[in-house]
Design a binder for this molecule. Structure first.
Ligand code: 1HN
Length: 359
């Protein structure tokens, strides 16, 4: 591989000197540094909802909120990521458990977060002084650097899915974190953003508008399940092919709800399937209702309500329902769009199934 007249001894000395100088040649790296298409470490994976729920409940019995991290959270840890507590290379996905009459203290961080509520009632998240009630199926946003705390004022435990852009923000070395001066914020009002911005149909679009220079995040902090459900039903009735999809968007700008995180929902009638698509960037899915299967990069996943699964960048993804099904999808798409790195493709081919995972 070296020039014909260079001796092995000379080359060995050269490589040793290069290493000593904390340098590395490009020509010895191989293709992995610059693959022809994304080659993620993130693996296709499914977390069984019943098992996650059981362990979340057990964490409520065994672990206090004051034991670290300000929250009682079990993160989805992708087996391809070397033990990191991340669902994909860019996304944090987790289940949080808040027992009756517990609260999780106020803090803020440069990582943006959202909650998709799984079970319970009587809980609210206060976001910059707006106490947002949380009920199953609601999507609650806590944009980057907003103060947020959670209070369960009821008699039942509350469980929700947490999504954050933490791996991405940490990779960019852009993390800041601050504790509020007291445990909880003084609320300025209740459901203020939902009252101001949450009229029926507001905050949903076929596809979030790509970025422009104005705006930061959605002024609507809570997308109530009743409105999402009504919008999905309306779209399904109009669809004809048994598939209704929507992006959650800022009612002010039509852009994705957060600059780094995209939220999407798919409703499938029994027997119907989404097209087979691939996109740059990863996703975490929450099976909100139903039963079905997805094929992701040739791996077939069989899922039911309560399960979580993920898709790596550039893997083909298709979903098929066995019963009426709703899938909530968290993605890093807005971050990729903002960096002009987003691409997607649709194919009419079905993927060959090469392996299987089930809950
Ligand atoms: C966080 O602030 C919450 O506010 C949940 O509920 C999960 C995971 C990592 C870092 C911050 C919350 C989190 C988190």
């Amino acid at each position: 591989m070296s020039k014909a007249d260079v001796s092995t001894t000379e080359l060995d000395a050269f490589y040793a000197a290069v290493a000593d100088a904390e340098l590395q040649p490009l020509w010895t790296q191989g293709r992995s540094l610059q693959p022809f298409a994304p080659a993620p470490s993130t693996r296709v994976h499914l977390w069984e909802g019943a098992a996650v729920r059981r362990l979340a409940e057990e964490s409520g019995r065994l672990i206090g909120i004051d034991q670290g991290g300000d929250r009682r959270v079990l993160s989805l840890a992708n087996p391809g990521l070397g033990g990191a507590p991340f669902a994909t290379s860019t996304l944090w996905g987790a289940v949080q458990y808040l027992g009756p009459h517990e609260s999780a203290p106020a803090h803020r961080h440069s990582q943006a977060a959202l909650r998709f509520v799984l079970e319970g009632s009587g809980t609210w998240t206060t976001v910059n002084g707006d106490a947002c009630d949380m009920n199953p199926g609601d999507l609650v946003l806590t944009p980057a650097w907003t103060w947020h705390d959670h209070t369960n004022g009821g008699d039942e435990p509350m469980i929700w899915f947490d999504g954050l852009d933490m791996p991405l923000v940490n990779m960019l070395d852009a993390q800041f974190f601050e504790r509020f001066g007291s445990t909880l914020q003084e609320a300025e009002g209740r459901n203020l953003s939902a009252t101001a911005f949450g009229a029926p149909g507001d905050g949903f679009a076929d596809e979030a508008r790509p970025p422009s220079d104005e705006e930061e995040w959605s002024p609507l902090f809570v997308y109530r399940w009743e409105r999402t459900d009504a919008e999905l039903s309306r779209r399904l009735a109009a669809a004809g092919d048994g598939v209704a999809e929507l992006d959650f968007v800022s009612p002010r700008t039509g852009r994705a709800v957060l600059p780094t995180l995209g939220c999407h929902m798919v409703r499938l009638a029994p027997g119907s399937s989404t097209p087979t698509r691939r996109k740059v960037g990863s996703s975490v899915y929450v099976v909100w209702s139903g039963e079905g299967r997805s094929v992701i990069g040739g791996t077939e996943l069989t899922w039911r309500a309560g399960d979580f699964f993920c898709s790596p960048s550039w893997a083909y993804v298709e979903h098929q329902a066995a019963s009426p099904s709703d899938l909530f999808e968290l993605s890093d798409r807005p971050a990729l769009e903002a960096l002009h790195l987003f691409r997607q493709e649709v194919t009419s081919d079905r993927q060959p199934v090469t392996s299987r995972l089930s809950s």
